[in-house]
Write a protein that binds this ligand. Structure first.
Ligand code: G6P
Length: 618
């Protein structure tokens, strides 16, 4: 939560910072700000810093900040910027970052929470004048307290007093070529250009300029100038870091002609699914080969239980994964929402394999949960999208889902790619157990057909748009699914509520009669997944129950199922596939339905209210 971007180099900083913020807007968007040190101050260290530092902040989305910056010209090649998701202090301009100390010379942008900010404030005493209600501003004053001419040292001394988490960039008016940056619990990536550096919460703001990056680890502090990068630990000891190459390209982080990132990301799915599975299976042996698992065959055979830990959409991918694992590998699987897992007493041993599943790789609850699982001796692996993210680095192996940048807050392509990777894992474990080569081969052949079948589903975009317009004014929705399509129903319901603000629930088809059926009325549409699989007849009976209560019915059904049209007001047909693969197709109409409903209702699709894409606080 909260996005940070900083630039120091020879280019004009403002456009880089504002465009960078747009890329990071998914991390929070209640207010934003930018601070620049103007170039004229570079020659004279003694110049009045108040005249050389420019700080502009605005409540609301980046567009508001942009609007405010219009007509103002700055000559600056060094600045920091921030987009906020409020934790401490309401959404006001004075609470927006960057924040400064009493002198106005120390300017910082912070992501995370300073838990002991009240104690620190007390310690600093009444001589400090605060301009905001934020915990972050206290940090600026604490750095001021320790500052004796060396910014890095002051930051280190201040951080030694801090309890909490931070991704931090700090500059000082007296050091117009020096940026200090630190990380503990909130991600920071340093981009290495030609005589220029970028620091940001993820790599997307720097993709147009460099692919060479360094991932700052917890407890590391970087001192960055135009010519130099110097990294130390919290004890001020030098650290040598390896550079990494980012594979994402600039185009993949743009809308590419689509109206919204969400729509673009829905349409990315056939392509990125191929990226996820390419080179990760062996057709002849009918198995998957996920080398990153980093376990021997003997270790894999020793696994008696799998626990899938995730939040939000990733937890629904995990639920789909449970069906796949249990059916193909015959291994019992539990799915745990990370925030629950970390605070109960999970029973884990060295025959337990735990997967932390996360698009961002930064979700605080998932991270804490996998650390707990590791402490208890399980094998802990990651299924993650963002390369170099914290969960990717905290796990002892795992798999990147290769979905490319996912910038809409509502997750779409990450869901399908996580599900595909879980399927490959289920296959790999299954083939070590009882699954036959023939079944493995059949599954791989069916998986290879999914991208083309996804395209057939996406080709119904216009029809689904019409449905969205037809149903957009209903205040409630019920999503129904059974078996492997129950998580699909949950995901469809989540998509709808998070971007349209329409109340919706999802229940397993068989559970409807135990309560939710009481809700049904002609104003309470039911969106059900009734594809041709082993539970088809059961699901059909559930739909009959809905029909009898006169609730409108929208069905996702298998092509050629003529009976579906008799049952429902509206049907979206999907191509047939093997049952365990159905989530990879059946989720797509639900994503499109949520998207078009949100557009029809005039919602801010990519940045729904109150949400953030990467939840780095508990
Ligand atoms: C937030 C996002 C969701 C996402 C969840 C888990 O709630 O809004 O879209 O599914 O976090 O995020 P992760 O990055 O761990 O997959």
């Amino acid at each position: 939560m909260c996005g940070i971007v900083a630039y120091i180099g020879s280019k004009q900083a403002l456009p880089i910072l504002v465009n960078g913020l747009r890329r990071l807007e998914y991390r929070g968007y209640d207010s934003a700000g930018v601070a620049l040190i103007e170039n004229r101050s570079q020659s004279t260290e003694s110049r009045n810093p108040e005249a050389s530092i420019q700080c502009v902040r605005a409540v609301g989305k980046i567009d508001n900040l942009s609007e405010k910056l219009k007509g103002q010209s700055f000559d600056s090649t060094f600045g920091i910027a921030h987009t906020r998701w409020a934790t401490h202090g309401g959404v006001t301009e004075s609470n927006a970052h960057p924040h400064s100390d009493c002198s106005g010379k120390i300017i910082l942008a912070h992501n995370g929470i300073i838990e002991n900010y009240r104690e620190l404030k007390e310690k600093l005493g009444s001589s400090h004048i605060y301009k905001s209600e934020t915990d972050s501003e206290v940090l600026a004053h604490l750095i001021e307290f320790y500052y004796r001419g060396d910014l890095r040292k002051a930051v280190l001394e201040a951080l030694a007093q801090v309890c909490g988490t931070y991704g931090l960039v700090v500059m000082h008016g007296d050091h117009p070529s020096l940026l200090v940056s630190a990380r503990l619990g909130s991600p920071l990536v340093i981009g290495l250009g030609e005589q220029e550096y970028f620091v940001a919460s993820d790599a997307t703001p720097m993709l147009a300029y460099t692919k060479k990056v360094i991932f700052l680890e917890d407890g590391e502090v970087a001192e960055v100038s135009r010519e130099n990068l110097h990294i130390v630990n919290l004890k001020d000891q030098n650290i040598t870091k390896q550079t990494s190459q980012i594979e994402w390209d600039e185009a993949s982080a743009q809308k590419q002609g689509f109206d919204h990132f969400m729509l673009k990301e829905i349409f990315d799915q056939p392509t990125v699914l191929q990226d996820a599975i390419r080179g990760r299976y062996k057709t002849e042996e009918g198995t998957a080969h996920l080398a990153g698992l980093n376990m021997t065959d003997a270790e894999m055979r020793s696994i008696k239980r799998v626990i899938l830990i995730a939040c939000g959409t990733a937890s629904y991918a995990a639920m789909a994964g449970k069906y796949m694992f249990e059916r193909l590998a015959g291994i019992p699987v539990e799915v745990d929402v990370a925030s629950e897992f970390r605070y109960r007493d999970p029973i884990i041993d060295n025959q337990t394999l735990v997967f932390g599943i996360s698009q961002s790789g930064e979700t605080a609850d998932t991270l804490a949960a996998i650390k707990e699982a590791k402490r208890k001796g399980a094998f802990v692996r990651g299924i993650v999208n963002v390369v170099g993210s914290t969960i990717a680095r905290e796990t002892d192996g795992g798999t990147y889902i290769h979905a490319g940048p996912e910038l809409a807050v509502a997750s779409t392509k990450a869901f399908t790619n996580m599900t595909a990777i879980l399927l490959l894992y289920a296959l790999q474990f299954g083939r070590l157990n009882k699954l036959s080569v023939a079944t493995g081969q059949r599954l791989l052949a069916a998986l290879a057909e999914i991208p083309e079948k996804m395209k057939l589903v996406l080709a119904q975009n216009e029809k689904i748009k019409e449905l969205a317009n037809k149903y957009k004014n209903n205040p409630n929705f019920l999503f129904l699914g059974r078996g492997v399509n129950f998580p699909v129903a949950l995901e469809g319901s989540l998509k709808l509520k998070e971007i349209t603000y329409i109340h919706s629930e999802a229940v397993a088809g068989g559970e409807m009669k135990h309560g939710p059926i009481a809700l049904l009325s002609p104003m309470f549409p039911v969106f059900a997944i009734m594809t041709k699989n082993q539970l088809y007849d059961k699901m059909r009976s559930n739909i009959e129950e809905v029909k009898a209560r006169k609730a409108p019915i929208i069905l996702v059904a298998t092509e050629g199922d003529l009976g579906a049209a008799e049952l429902a007001q509206d049907v979206i047909f999907v191509p047939p596939t093997m049952e365990v693969l159905e989530p990879l197709l059946n989720t797509l109409p639900l994503q499109l339905f949520a998207y078009h409903t949100a557009v029809a209702l005039g919602r801010d699709v990519d940045r729904p209210r109150n949400l953030a894409k990467s939840v780095t606080v508990e």
